[in-house]
Design a protein around this ligand. Structure first.
Ligand code: ADP
Length: 452
């Protein structure tokens, strides 16, 4: 400040001295005024330079200044640098925060007080079909057209969450998105979205499963209790009594089989996959299963089937012996149960050229139409319902086989021609196969129509 005063006085004195020297006292006053004006002009020029610099606030540049303006400039530069640092660290923190929300498996949308999108993470954009850049600033109601969503958003009760349709893998398969709104700040809203398609599907499957099991159990139970009532209330002769008891025992067995298959399935789902440890020869696996099949055919088929063992080579297979036995028996018993008496059944293990091994069962039964093939391994799915029931089927056999195959790293494959017969195979990967005799010739693989 003192410097500025000295500067001003110096200029005024010099200008008035100049006026005095040249003319008179009047000129001296005029000189002093002129000096003051000149000083103000120069000062204004400096102030303008500083203002110009402040407009850009580029701390790398230094405007041409002098006197007190240099001090103002230096202090301003320091404050600006401090603010810049603060802004940088706030921005970095905001970037980190947004990057973390971006990675969230849930969708996050920030809405302003008018319901316009302020920010949306990629998950939410993907779930609801938004453009994370272009749709910022759009009213969310223009993008999510569901009436349920509209009334939820415009309402005041955000305690619960709602379900709306999202962008699915295919237009015919829209996803189910759960939406929950959390109001915050001044009428702003945080909207969280979650893809619950799988959860909903699992819930539907669970409901269907419970309904199916109840249905399967209700029928034999009704029959059983009907006979019990009859025997309790009506006097029946010995022959009828034996007949009723026979039917009751049949229904009880049916329920037993159902419970046993259900337990097998839940064991398969709940236990870890079998390791590589247990190695069995393909013959050791096949022999008991074929013996059971022959016995079953002798009991239920008239005349019995022509059952042939079609093994070209013996090799080692690793996996759970009991699980593999259960899967093989299921396929063999299906062949017996669905192929009319006198028909032929061929079964064995063989090696494919690609190193995979397969257990196959080929029958000359009725065959299965192509539209049923993809659904065969669904629980309780039956093509021939009455035949399945008549022969004690639970509708769970192929689901068990599929599970066993998958637990061993393999798959269930089916080829079938209506009127000619079917071939079911359990294919196991090379890691589960060891050749006993490496020069054993491999048989060609079957063509694949369906995989379970
Ligand atoms: P189920 O206990 O009813 O036999 P599965 O799961 O074993 O149940 O089989 C599902 C359905 O697939 C059966 O109900 C039957 O209609 C059909 N199926 C299975 N194996 C054969 C086969 N070898 N020939 C014809 N149809 C079959």
């Amino acid at each position: 400040m003192t410097q500025r005063l000295i500067e001003l006085l110096l200029l005024v004195v010099l200008a008035s001295a100049w006026g005095w020297v040249h003319e008179s006292a009047g000129w001296a006053v005029a000189g002093a005024v002129l000096g003051a004006v000149l000083w103000s002009f120069l000062d204004a020029v400096r102030a303008r330079r500083l203002l110009k610099w402040l407009n850009t606030a580029d701390t790398a540049q230094t405007p041409k200044l002098s006197g007190m303006w240099v001090e103002i400039f230096e202090r301003s530069r320091k404050v600006i640098k401090k603010l810049e640092k603060k802004t940088q660290s706030s921005n970095a923190r905001l970037d980190n925060f947004l990057a973390a929300i971006q990675e969230s498996p849930n969708g996050v949308i920030l809405l302003d007080s008018a319901g316009r999108i302020e920010w949306v993470n990629l998950t939410a954009a993907h779930q609801l079909g938004f453009d994370p850049q272009k749709d910022v600033g759009q009213h969310i109601q223009n993008l999510v057209r569901s009436p349920v969503f509209k009334s939820y958003l415009l309402g005041t009760d955000f305690n619960g969450e709602i379900l709306i349709g999202g962008i699915g893998v295919r237009p015919s398969l829209p996803s189910k998105i759960s939406v929950k709104v959390h109001p915050y700040g001044k009428k702003r809203k945080l909207m969280l979205t979650r893809d619950v398609t799988a959860v909903e599907l699992a819930e539907t499957m669970r409901r269907d499963f419970v309904a199916n099991v109840s249905h399967e159990i209700r029928t034999p139970l009704t029959v059983l209790s009907g006979f019990v009532e009859t025997l309790q209330n009506i006097p029946v002769n010995e022959t009828d009594r034996n007949l009723y008891l026979g039917m009751m025992s049949q229904q009880a067995k049916r329920m037993q089989m159902l419970v046993s298959d259900l337990l097998t399935l839940s064991r398969l789902e709940g236990s870890p996959a079998p390791g590589q440890g247990e190695w069995n020869t393909s013959d050791d696996l096949l022999a008991p299963a074929l013996q059971e099949t022959q016995a079953l055919s002798a009991v239920i088929a008239h005349p019995p089937h022509e059952i042939t063992q079609a093994t070209a080579s013996t090799f080692m297979v690793s996996g759970s012996k009991s699980e593999l036995h259960s899967a093989m028996s299921n396929l063999l018993s299906n062949a017996v149960r669905y192929t009319p008496g006198g028909g032929s059944i061929r079964s064995g293990w063989r090696l494919r050229p690609d190193g995979w091994a397969e257990f196959f069962v080929e029958d000359s039964g009725p065959g299965i139409a192509a539209e049923h093939l993809p659904r065969l391994t669904e629980r309780f799915y039956r093509v021939d319902r009455s035949r399945s029931r008549e022969t004690g089927g639970t509708g769970l056999g192929l689901a068990i086989v599929k599970h066993v195959a998958q637990r061993h790293g393999g798959q269930l494959e089916v080829t079938s021609t209506v009127g000619k017969g079917s071939t079911f195979s359990i294919a196991l990967p090379p890691s589960r196969v060891q050749q006993i005799n490496p020069i054993t010739p491999a048989l060609p693989a079957l063509s694949e129509n369906a995989q379970g």
